[in-house]
Design a binder for this molecule. Structure first.
Ligand code: ADP
Length: 469
C-alpha cells in the first residue's frame, strides 16, 4: 500500500484536492436532488388536494345509480407533469364505485385504511399493480346521501425522470469539473512548491567549503520564507563554527611550531660544535624548558577542545572560597618572592561556593598567574573574596601591572589573543589562560569581567551564582 503513495507532494496535494472536491460535489448533488424531490412531491400533493375539491363537484349518479365523473373539467395546463391524473372512488364498505380510464382496473392504494380521508386530506405514496409509484390524496365525501372515499393520485414518474436527467447531467459534468480542478490544483501546487525545489537544489550545492552560500528567501514572508531564513541562520552558525575551528587549528599549529622550532635549533647548534659537559647541560636545560612550555600548551589545547565538545565532566562540591583563593595564591609563593612582590588574600571566611574545585582553582590560578607575570618587580597583587549583594560570590584579583588598553580589553578572553605578542610569548603565554578561565567560570553559571585603565593595573572579577537550596 505504501508504494502506491505518490512521490511528489504536489501530486498528493492535487489528489487530496480532487478527492475533497468530488466528495463535496457528491454531497451537494445529493442534497440538491433530495430538496428538489421533496419540493416536486409536495407540489404534486398540492395538485392532488386541489383536484379532489374539483372532482367532488363533478361527480354525479346517473339514472342507473352508477357514479360518473364529468371529465371535461379544467386541467393544469401550466404543468405537463400533472396530466396523468388517477381517480378512484370507493363506497363506505370499500367497494369500488368509480375508477377513471387511466387507472383502468388497477387499485389506487388498495383497501381503505382506517381513518383514511376523515376530517381532512390523507396524503401517502402507493404502488400500482403495473409497478408505477404514485402520490395520492384521499378525502371522505357524501353525494346524494351516499358516503364515499375519493382518492386522487399522480404518478411520480415525471419526478424520477427529472432525477434521471439531473443524474446524467451530473455524471457528464462532474468528471470534467474534477479534471479541470485537478489540473488547476496541480499547477497551483507546483507553483507554490517551486521555491522549495529551488531551495533543495541550492542546499545540495552547499558543502563545507561553500558555507558562505545562502538559500534564496524571496520577498514574501510566508512559511517557505520562514524555512529558508531558519536554514540560513543555521548555515550562518555552522559557518561561524567552521571558521572558529579553522582558526583554532591554525593558531594551535602555529603555537606548537614555535617551541618545537626552538628545541630543534637549540639541539642543532649544540650538535654542530663539541661543547663541554656544562654547555650540554645548559642546552638540555633550555630544551626541557621548551618541552615544559609545550606540555602546558598541549594540556591547555586539550582542555579547550574537550570543553568545546562538552566532554568535561564536572564534580561539584561545596567549599570555602577563601580556602580556594589561598590555595591558588600559594602556588605562586616562590615566583612572587623571586620578583620581590607581595600577594595578599583577604575576605569573608564564611563565604562558600559550589562547583568543581579543580576547574574553579584553574580559573583563579590563570588570573593570578597573569597578575604576577605582568606586575612589576616589587608590585602587589591582592585577592579578595566577598558576598555579592545581588546574590552569589565575588572573587577579585587586583594587580599593579600596566593595565590593558580598552581596544584590547574586549578581546583578551579570546583564544590565542595576546596584547603584546613578543612580550607575552617571552612570558610563556599562548593566549589561552583567560579563555580557559572564562570557560570554567561560565560552565558554573558564573561570569568574569575585567576592569582596567591603562597604566593603573587590572581588576579581574569572577562572579559565581549562589548555592541552590
Ligand atoms: P597568556 O597565557 O598569554 O597570558 P591569557 O589568555 O592569560 O594568555 O591573556 C591574554 C593576554 O591578556 C595576555 O597575553 C596579556 O597580554 C593580557 N593580560 C592578561 N592578564 C593581564 C594583566 N593582569 N595585566 C596586563 N595584561 C594582561
Amino acid at each position: 500500500m505504501r508504494n502506491l503513495r505518490p512521490r511528489h507532494v504536489r501530486t498528493r496535494l492535487t489528489l487530496w484536492y480532487v478527492v475533497v472536491l468530488a466528495s463535496v460535489l457528491v454531497l451537494s448533488w445529493g442534497l440538491t436532488a433530495s430538496f428538489l424531490f421533496l419540493q416536486m412531491r409536495s407540489q404534486l400533493d398540492n395538485y392532488a388536494i386541489q383536484d379532489i375539491e374539483t372532482v367532488e363537484g363533478l361527480l354525479y349518479f346517473d339514472p342507473h345509480g352508477r357514479l360518473i365523473l364529468r371529465e371535461d373539467y379544467h386541467n393544469h395546463p401550466e404543468s405537463k407533469d400533472v396530466l396523468e391524473r388517477l381517480v378512484e372512488v370507493r363506497s363506505s364498505n370499500g367497494g369500488v364505485l368509480y375508477r377513471n380510464e387511466r387507472l383502468g382496473n388497477q387499485a389506487l392504494g388498495g383497501d381503505p385504511i382506517p381513518g383514511e380521508g376523515e376530517g381532512g386530506y390523507s396524503i401517502r405514496s402507493a404502488r400500482l399493480s403495473n409497478g408505477t409509484t404514485v402520490r395520492m390524496a384521499s378525502r371522505r365525501h357524501t353525494l346524494d346521501g351516499h358516503p364515499m372515499l375519493i382518492r386522487l393520485g399522480y404518478s411520480e414518474q415525471p419526478i424520477w425522470a427529472r432525477f434521471d436527467e439531473l443524474a446524467v447531467a451530473t455524471l457528464l459534468a462532474v468528471p470534467i469539473v474534477l479534471a479541470l480542478a485537478g489540473l488547476g490544483g496541480f499547477v497551483l501546487a507546483k507553483r507554490a512548491l517551486a521555491p522549495l525545489e529551488e531551495m533543495a537544489c541550492r542546499a545540495e550545492e552547499i558543502t563545507s567549503e561553500r558555507l558562505n552560500e545562502r538559500l534564496p528567501i524571496g520577498e514574501v514572508e510566508d512559511e517557505l520564507g520562514h524555512l529558508a531564513r531558519i536554514f540560513n541562520n543555521l548555515l550562518a552558525r555552522l559557518e561561524q563554527s567552521f571558521e572558529q575551528l579553522r582558526r583554532f587549528t591554525s593558531d594551535a599549529s602555529h603555537e606548537l611550531r614555535t617551541p618545537l622550532t626552538a628545541i630543534r635549533s637549540v639541539g642543532e647548534v649544540a650538535l654542530q660544535k663539541d661543547g663541554s659537559r656544562e654547555e650540554y647541560r645548559d642546552t638540555i636545560g633550555s630544551m626541557l624548558e621548551e618541552v615544559n612550555r609545550l606540555t602546558a600548551l598541549v594540556e591547555n589545547l586539550l582542555t579547550i577542545s574537550r570543553a568545546d565538545a562538552g566532554r568535561i565532566p564536572l564534580h561539584p562540591t561545596v567549599f570555602s572560597a577563601m580556602d580556594l583563593a589561598r590555595e591558588a595564591a600559594g602556588l605562586f609563593e616562590v615566583l612572587v618572592e623571586e620578583k620581590g612582590q607581595r600577594i595578599t588574600v583577604q575576605g569573608d571566611e564564611r563565604v562558600s561556593v559550589k562547583g568543581d574545585r579543580v576547574f574553579l582553582r584553574q580559573a583563579l590560578v590563570n588570573i593570578i598567574h597573569n597578575a604576577v607575570k605582568y606586575s612589576p618587580v616589587g608590585g602587589t597583587i591582592s585577592v579578595g573574596v566577598q558576598h555579592e549583594p545581588r546574590g552569589g560570590v565575588r572573587l577579585n584579583v587586583v594587580d599593579s601591572g600596566p593595565g590593558i588598553a580598552p581596544e584590547h580589553a574586549a578581546k583578551i578572553f579570546d583564544r590565542f589573543y595576546r596584547v603584546d605578542e613578543s612580550r607575552a610569548r617571552d612570558a610563556g603565554g599562548a593566549g589561552l589562560g583567560l579563555s580557559i578561565a572564562q570557560w570554567a567560570v561560565r560552565v558554573h553559571g558564573g561570569d568574569i569581567h575585567l576592569q582596567t585603565t591603562q597604566g593603573s593595573g587590572c581588576t579581574f572579577q569572577i562572579w559565581l551564582p549562589p548555592i541552590a537550596a
